[in-house]
Design a protein around this ligand. Structure first.
Ligand code: ADP
Ligand code: MG
Length: 244
C-alpha cells in the first residue's frame, strides 16, 4: 500500500475560530475514506485543506510524497489536476453542453487534442450512464444527472484521488441512489476517494475506513463495523444515535 495523502498535525484557524485542531491521517492508494460528523465540525475545511484550496494554519499535507504546504500557486495548480473534487452544488458550465463540460479542462490544461478528449469524455459518460446526454445542456438535466456529469468531468482529468463534499446533499431523495451508485462503481474500480457524506449506508458499504470528525478533531477512526457497530467515543455514539 502506498501513501497517497498524508496529513500531519493539520490546524486551521479563521480569526479566533479554531476549525481544525490537529488532524492526522493517511489515505492509501485505492482506499475509500468516508468522513462523517455533525455540521460545523470542520469536514469541508478539512477536505479543502487536502488540495490547499484552503491554506492550513499549521501542519503538513503531503500528496504522493510532496509536502504541499510549501508550494507556489503554480506548482499547486499542477498538483490539483490530480485531485478531482465534487461539491454539493454541481457547478457545471451552464453555457456549454455536457460533452464540452467534460473536454474543456483536458484541452485547456493538458493540451489534449479534441478527438482524444471527446473519446475519453464519451467513455466517462458511458460509465456514469449518460452517454445519450452528451449534447444536452446542464439546465435540461435533473440534479442527479448533473451531479453524475460533474463526477465525469472531474474524472476527465484522470485524477489520482477524488474528493467529494456531500455530493448528494442537494439532491431530491429519489436521485441520491444513482449518484451513490456511480461513486460505488468508482470505488470498485480502485479509485482513491475521500468522501464527506451523511449517507451512512454508503459509508458502511463502501468505506475502508470511517473517520468521525467533531469540533475540529477526528474523534474516532475505524472500519465501518468498528464505527457503526462498536463505537468507542461518546461523541461518535451520540452522533450515530441521532442519524441512524
Ligand atoms: P462542516 O463541513 O463539518 O459542516 P465546515 O468546515 O464547513 O464544517 O465549518 C467548520 C467551521 O469553520 C464553522 O464554524 C464555519 O463557520 C467555519 N468556517 C468555514 N469556512 C470559513 C471561512 N472561509 N471563514 C470563516 N469561517 C469559516
Ligand atoms: Mg461541509
Amino acid at each position: 500500500m502506498t501513501e497517497m495523502l498524508k496529513v500531519e498535525n493539520l490546524t486551521k484557524t479563521f480569526g479566533e475560530n479554531k476549525v481544525l485542531r490537529g488532524i492526522d491521517g493517511t489515505v492509501n492508494s485505492g482506499q475509500v475514506i468516508v468522513v462523517i460528523g455533525p455540521s460545523g465540525g470542520g469536514k469541508s475545511t478539512f477536505l479543502r485543506c487536502l488540495n490547499l484550496l484552503e491554506k492550513p494554519t499549521s501542519g503538513k499535507v503531503s500528496f504522493e510524497g510532496t509536502d504541499l504546504t510549501g508550494l507556489s500557486e503554480k506548482a499547486l495548480d499542477d498538483i490539483r489536476e490530480k485531485m478531482g473534487m465534487v461539491f454539493q452544488s454541481f457547478n457545471l458550465f451552464s453555457n456549454m453542453n455536457v460533452l464540452d463540460n467534460l473536454t474543456l479542462a483536458p484541452k485547456r490544461v493538458k493540451n489534449e487534442a479534441e478527438a482524444k478528449a471527446q473519446t475519453h469524455a464519451i467513455e466517462l459518460l458511458e460509465k456514469v450512464g449518460l452517454a445519450d446526454k452528451k449534447a444536452a445542456y446542464p439546465d435540461s438535466l435533473s440534479g442527479g444527472q448533473q451531479q453524475r456529469v460533474a463526477i465525469a468531468r472531474a474524472l476527465a482529468m484522470d485524477p489520482d484521488v477524488m474528493l467529494f463534499d456531500e455530493p448528494t446533499s442537494a439532491l431530491d431523495p429519489e436521485m441520491v441512489g444513482e449518484v451513490l451508485k456511480v461513486m460505488q462503481d468508482l470505488a470498485s474500480d480502485g479509485m482513491t476517494m475521500v468522501v464527506v457524506t451523511h449517507e451512512m449506508g454508503f459509508a458502511r458499504q463502501v468505506a475502508d475506513e470511517v473517520w468521525f470528525m467533531d469540533g475540529g478533531n477526528i474523534a474516532e477512526k475505524g472500519t465501518p463495523e468498528q464505527i457503526f457497530d462498536h463505537p468507542q467515543n461518546e461523541r461518535t455514539k451520540d452522533f450515530l444515535s441521532k442519524v441512524l
